[in-house]
Structures are given as C-alpha cells and as structure tokens.
Design a protein around this ligand. Sequence first.
Ligand code: GLU
Length: 297
Amino acid sequence: MCLVLALLLSAVAAACGKAGSPPTKGPATGELPVYQVAKGFQLPDSPTWRRARKRGHLVVGVKEDQPYLGEKNPATGTYAGFDIEIARMMAASLGFDPKTVRFVTIASANRETALQNGQIDFYVGTYTINALRKKLVGFAGPYYMAGQSLLVRRNDNRIHGPQDLDGKRVCSVAGSTPYQRMRKDYPKAVLVAYDTYSVCVDNLLTYQVDAVTTDDAILIGYAAKAPDELKVVGRPFSKEPYGIGVPRGDNALRFALDEALRAREKNGDWRRAYEATLGLSGVPVPTPPPIDRYPAT
Ligand code: GLU
C-alpha cells in the first residue's frame, strides 16, 4: 500500500520508512524570503522565551506530511512549507536566527500535550483556533483562514459535497476538527481515523476509503502533487482559522507573536512566504485574516 503513495508523494516516503526522491509531480518550493532577525530582542515576561534563550534555539512543533504547508524532505531531514516559513519569521521576530530553529513533528492529536509538557516552545501546523482548545493552550493569530473540504479520486463522480457521504468510507485524523465535525454533523458516513492525512491519502489511492476530509489548504496540496489521481470537490463547509499554539498562560509570548505576525504581514514577508510555498499549489494569495488579540488568560 505504501508503494502506491511513495510513487506519488515525497512526504509519504518518510512514512513508509525509506528515503525518497523529490516529488515527481507538482512544483518545487520557490525562492524563500530571508527574514530580518530582531537585534537585542528581549521577552523577560515569557518563561517559554527565557527557556529557549538559555537553550540557544527554539523548538517548534510542525507537520511533516502536508505538501506546501509542512513537509519534511526524507532525504535531507529539512522542513519546508508555509507553516514552516511562519515559524521561521516568528523566530526572527523573537530574536532567533531562523536557521537554528529545531522542528519536531507532532501529530494533530498530540499538540495540546506537547505544548503543556514543554516538549515544544510553540506550534505551527494547520492548527485551528477554537474555544475548546483555548482552554488547554494559547493561540496567536490567526495567520491564515482555511475551510473543511473533501478529497476524492479523480475518476469518482459520486461525491460532490458532504451530503453525498452517507454510507461512504471517509478518512480523517484523530483529534482534528474535521474529524469531530464529521462525527457530529454527518453520522451516516463511515468514519475512519489515522494519525496523519498522508495515510488517509494512501488509503484513498488504494480504494480503502472513498474520501479524505480536512482543510482545503491541506487537500489542495495533495491534489496538486497527484493531479491525475486526486481532486478536491465541493465548497469548504467550515471556517478553520490557523493559529500559532503557545503554552497556555504565556501571554507575553502570545502577544509578541501577534505583534510579529502583524509586522510580517505589513512588511510583505507573509505574502512572499505564501507565494513561495502554499501559493504554488494554485491558490492565489489571500488577504490574511485579522489578528485576534484576546485578553490575558
Ligand atoms: N485545522 C484542523 C485542526 O486543527 C485540521 C488540520 C489538522 O489536523 O492539523 O484540527
């Protein structure tokens, strides 16, 4: 089963435990911006920042199998994508050289725990801001607005939207908002859950499931890498504002990241990063959503 997808998606080569070559289809990452590192930056009120300063680098949680967003090259171990660029520009704003950021892959279901137990300093990986999660972690942003959608096989003409999913096998990721929404709003679909979306896509290509559901930004990336095999159908049926997850209560870090996002949107870095990554999957550059600086927790 792994073989099928390894042929199509570079990211999955990692999941299949073998070093892969660059993707055979779809554009490569573009020319990446260089971010100005803030000189003499201090954030003494943030315990997370102080710990990172002492350590000498930031540790950032990300995804590794989401094309154009957070993708790890299995041959070199380097990460690329829009979320990775957001993490790098945030590092620069916090006074750290982006080249020194240590990325750690964390699955959707493990994000809150990783932030709570100090495994990571912050998290940038298609992480939807919502009220439930705000009880467990803090969120800077949003820095991007996605929406839940559906990925099906190119030759499938049965599924056009979530209304067509009754009795169909639908794959999503445990602990994700699309998974929760399917369970609640579309109980007649046969829901299958894995830890990562690339495994869902593998299952789709091998006819184990009929559809994959998650954010359009993620699905468009898989479709762009395998346009002859996959397509995204219908309109987005939710709003998924992407935030930067921080340890709950570290308001100083959250506010600093809010400010940094504003500044990077203003000086063009956000746009340049988008164009060099997610923009390559074919979606024109959107206006970033307004930052929601909510009161200290
Ligand atoms: N944005 C959704 C979420 O945070 C789906 C993508 C993901 O699992 O990272 O749950």
